[in-house]
Design a protein around this ligand. Sequence first.
Ligand code: GDP
Ligand code: CA
Length: 335
Amino acid sequence: MRITALAGGVGGARFLRGLLGHLDRTPELAGSQVTVVGNTGDDITLFGLRVSPDLDSVLYTLGGGVDEGQGWGRAGESHHLQEELAAYGVQPQWFGLGDRDLGTHVARSLWLGQGQTLSQVTARLAARWGLPERGVTLLPMTDTPVETHVVVEDEQGRRAVHFQEWWVRMHAAVPAQQFVVAGMEGAVPAPGVLEAIREADLVVLPPSNPVVSIGIVLGVPGVRDALRGSRAPVVGVSPIISGSPVRGYADACLAAIGVDASAGAVAGLYADFLDGWLVAEDDLSAARTTLRGAGSSRLTVEGRPLLMSSPQAAADLAGAAVDLGRRLADRRPVA
Ligand code: GDP
Ligand code: CA
């Protein structure tokens, strides 16, 4: 089976690890190929180094190198380099970069500086983490440098800050008025992205942030049209459980675009291409009501345990998404 997933960072990575676990334990899915289209809107240049936080969360989680407690960054991390920079007064200090993690950013920046594309660089990084052996191809959504910026207004006036500054330094506590993705109009999908969507047997949307992860990938010109025209069913998992984003500030992101923090309202953001949607059992009737009201009658909504509290729980969730996709496989009109 060819499975294509759009993904952000921690939520996407944990789901994808569950998906690989499910494929490993399911004999009839042996040999499946997974293509991950990763969000690069979070990318930022710090200390002259190009950092791709969401791609790295996927690499480290699938490669067994992630800090499990945080869900991002490297296990067994130290912070000597950042301590030295702090001693020199080098800014910014609000973004934590560990020494092991910095190795990734130095390698990425070096190879980008030598003229390789982000896709080529990401493939080299993925090789070190063993993704090809597991049947996984990690693609950045685009090789064009793009950056999500957040328009905020506080005592310093109205201005745009980098998404990471809003998320990490401000803890998303200053209301976002708008998200603007610098560079997006001219962005081109990275090689293989549209093909992976068009040629998939199943497209999955992990429970990644619907606005600043999945929403950014969907903004790359051509991606949304490819999903609409895909012959494969598109199945998603709600990142919202009983009105709460589990971790992070997805509720603040949804508020900024005027969408309720509910499982049904998030599905509404994907209504033009979504076929199946998994929500928490407690959210099932409310989600169905919301979606019926929005006229999304072709969408199949089912309730499942949605909390990825362990790799096993994530595998069960991913398995539920794959099963739903297989049941919906014949539902797509021939494009
Ligand atoms: P980020 O880029 O690191 O913020 O990660 P993603 O965008 O991939 O995923 C973040 C989203 O994952 C959050 O908005 C949460 O709503 C969602 N999330 C985190 N843990 C869980 C979980 O256990 N179950 C579900 N359904 N969603 C989760
Ligand atoms: Ca992210």
